[in-house]
Design a protein around this ligand. Structure first.
Ligand code: NDP
Length: 286
């Protein structure tokens, strides 16, 4: 592992704002990336209370912070505070990353593109022309739905506990999007769990809105959850012959996208992945 540089007066600063933010994995991931790429950059976590997002964006200018990651509860408020939004951030009304273009602060959304990059790079799955079922309609699901449609998915079917939120999410996929029924999961080439069901520390035993017996060989089943690495859905899918992918790839590649926007340097993926596994407990046994 390359030695970390001591910060100097010339060190460039990136940060994550959120509340809470002390548990964030982003400092470990980005600092590993900066070290591996030989960049004189440092990444820190800054707790910012709800209601202060616009002040934090303003401080980014004042303090010369080069890149900002944004997590709960600030994603919507930062979207309203930056100068410009990328097409994804505009469609979602949410920002998870701010970059500087000259004096302009641009709000970006790297979760969805990070997910698509993880599909391509970690699972060899090209979403263009594919039928996809997305379970869930929260912030992560909406980012994934938008990105899958932008990547050319033929159909993006959203299944969610709350029907009104499902319709909002499905609309993000334009003509390719619609609200679906749980039994349609068997028709999909890609199944994405973007609900929080299966997360460690979540409610005990809530069931996903799908019948695992409808999953089988020929499908790729992904879970955005990375804690635990092997969720009940991924276990069920694996035992029925489907290929599986956990949420580590999305976590990694959304950070890689931000890293590349800020620094202009290709992200050192292996070093950043090692940093993720050092935090979440290592890759599952093959
Ligand atoms: P939200 O709170 O915005 O959305 C939660 C979603 O889960 C909603 O669709 C909600 O349904 C559904 N849900 C929650 N409980 C249940 C239940 N008991 N039964 C059925 N559906 C349920 O969360 P996010 O979108 O921010 O995050 C969702 C998941 O994605 C989390 O597990 C998070 O850890 C993961 N994630 C992973 C990332 C990565 O980099 N790998 C990045 C971001 C998120 P309803 O609309 O009906 O309430």
């Amino acid at each position: 592992m390359p030695a970390r540089r001591e910060p100097t007066g010339a060190t460039r600063v990136a940060a994550v704002i959120g509340d809470p933010v002390r548990h964030s994995l982003s400092p470990a991931i980005h600092n590993a990336g900066f070290a591996a790429a030989g960049l004189d950059w440092v990444y820190v976590a800054l707790p910012v209370p709800a209601g202060s997002a616009a002040l934090a964006v303003s401080a980014m200018r004042t303090l010369g912070i080069e890149g900002l990651s944004v997590t709960m509860p600030h994603k919507d408020a930062v979207a309203a505070a930056v100068d410009r939004l990328s097409p994804a951030a505009k469609a979602l009304g949410a920002v998870n990353c701010v970059r500087r273009v000259g004096d302009t602060l641009v709000g970006e959304s790297t979760d969805g593109i990070g997910f698509v990059r993880s599909l391509r790079d970690e699972a060899g799955f090209e979403p263009a022309g594919r039928r996809v079922v997305v379970l869930g309609a929260g912030g992560a699901a909406r980012a994934v739905v938008f990105a899958l449609a932008a990547a050319g998915a033929a159909e993006v079917v959203v299944i969610n506990r709350s029907a009104d939120r499902a319709a909002v999410a499905a609309a993000l996929a334009g003509a390719a999007g619609r609200v679906g029924r749980p039994e349609e999961v068997g028709d999909a080439e890609l199944v994405v769990n973007a609900t929080s069901v299966g997360m460690a520390g979540g409610q005990p035993g809530p069931a996903l809105p799908l019948d695992p017996d409808r999953i089988g060989p020929g499908q790729l089943v992904t879970d955005l959850i990375y804690h635990p690495l092997q969720t009940p859905l991924l276990q069920a899918a694996s035992s029925r012959g489907a290929r599986t992918l956990n949420g580590v790839g999305m976590l990694l590649y959304q950070a890689a996208e931000a890293f590349e926007m800020w620094t202009g340097v290709p992200a050192p993926i292996d070093a950043m992945r090692d940093a993720v596994f050092a935090q979440v407990g290592g890759p599952p046994a093959p």
